[in-house]
Design a protein around this ligand. Structure first.
Ligand SMILES: Cc1cc2nc3c(=O)[nH]c(=O)nc-3n(C[C@H](O)[C@H](O)[C@H](O)COP(=O)(O)OP(=O)(O)OC[C@H]3O[C@@H](n4cnc5c(N)ncnc54)[C@H](O)[C@@H]3O)c2cc1C
Ligand code: SF4
Length: 325
């Protein structure tokens, strides 16, 4: 890794000041820095200003209500993983948080940073010298995608672990902007483009995520496949929220990470309501996943392996949550 380029560090005292600072095209949001600083040391960006969000009052709260919880953007991943109420009421979120990076990273890493994590690719997350010797690539400084050389877009994968759980929970993102703020379904934070996967405009940043309380009877889990069990991004990460009774699906939501340029809520699971939880259901669910994920050659692991693993994890989690052996 190279030495960091020079930058000005700003510590805004309010959300409005942070939004005004971030409206400058040369400014980037800094939270725990566990993703951003590594990327800067790879020369993947050269911002003139870093805007440290971690001192902003009110963004470090877990605000519980009967209807759900509002999680501030600078709540750390470590806190999410160990919070007794998160563990009791949103166990899949605690599972996902526990699976992120290593303990040192988790103590600094934030929820907002995790949701806004840059996309990853084996041709991109490399040193400046490595990328230069390879002619760079479409995502930054080059004009060819080494993964799909005939194409005109980047397929780098979104690999955050919290987003699939939050999508399965139907969470909303609260976004601050120089014009005020807005709240929208979490899925709308993302677009299908590995080079520009966030829909945030200039000056906008995530201040909270609002998670509705799961409906009675809903059980949830998160599981990921990764190259190294101790510490690694998901090759495929799957969150499942299932309500079932008398051996039949009442409701099912499945969301995935690591397989597409954005975290993806599986479409078509609503049509599985009423279906018996049997091998025919698992086959149908497996096909849905395989059709909708689009892993590319962005990791050292073959794309088809990630497709199969995503499908198998979704089936396995439904089996476990339904208590089917
Ligand atoms: C060795 C290693 C292993 C890792 N393993 C995993 C893993 O298994 N799973 C995983 O999900 N992540 C992993 N990570 C990535 C990272 O540690 C986490 O995703 C972490 O949660 C990022 O949060 P942060 O606060 O450190 O973000 P930062 O690094 O501060 O920021 C990340 C990005 O988000 C932007 N940003 C930060 N906060 C906001 C906000 N509130 N609004 C808008 N934009 C914002 C920043 O500008 C930057 O582009 C790993 C990192 C390393 C170095
Ligand atoms: S998918 Fe292509 S354009 Fe995107 S980072 Fe990888 S090589 Fe670069």
């Amino acid at each position: 890794m190279q030495v960091l380029n020079g930058f000005v560090l700003r510590r805004p005292a309010s959300i409005a000041e942070a939004a005004a600072l971030l409206a400058d095209p040369g400014a980037r949001a800094l939270a725990g820095g566990t993703d951003l600083l590594a990327n800067l040391r790879h020369g993947l960006d050269r911002p003139a200003t870093l805007v440290d969000l971690t001192g902003l009052a009110g963004l470090d709260k877990l605000d519980w209500a009967d209807t759900g919880v509002a999680i501030g953007a600078i709540v750390t991943v470590a806190r999410l993983a160990r919070d007794p109420r998160v563990i009791a009421e949103l166990p899949a979120l605690a599972q996902a948080a526990r699976s992120i990076a290593g303990p040192g990273h988790r103590s600094a890493a934030t929820v907002g940073g995790n949701l806004c994590l840059d996309t990853r690719c084996v041709y991109y997350n490399q040193s400046e010298a490595w990328r230069r010797s390879n002619g760079y690539c479409l995502k930054r400084e080059g004009d060819v995608c080494h993964v799909a050389p005939q194409g005109t877009r980047c397929h780098a994968a979104y690999s955050g672990d919290l987003a699939p759980v939050l999508l399965a929970l139907d969470a909303q993102a609260e976004i601050a902007s120089p014009a005020g703020g807005r709240r929208s379904p979490l899925g709308e934070l993302y677009r299908d483009d590995g080079a520009q996967h966030l829909t945030l405009g200039r000056g906008e940043f995530v201040i909270a995520v609002h998670v509705p309380a799961p409906a009675p009877g809903v059980r949830m889990a998160y599981r990921k496949s990764r190259p190294r069990g101790a510490i690694d991004f998901p090759l495929a990460g799957v969150a499942v929220a299932l309500a079932a009774s008398d051996g039949r699906i009442e409701s099912l939501r499945v969301a995935l990470s690591g397989t597409n340029t954005h975290p993806r809520l599986l479409e078509g699971t609503g049509e599985l309501a009423g279906q018996a939880i049997d091998n025919a259901l698992f086959a149908r669910l497996g096909k849905l996943v395989q059709k909708q994920v689009s892993p590319m050659r962005t990791t050292v692991t073959p794309a088809n392996y990630r497709r199969q693993v995503a499908s198998a994890l979704a089936q396995r989690l439904v089996k476990e949550l339904a208590g089917v052996s």
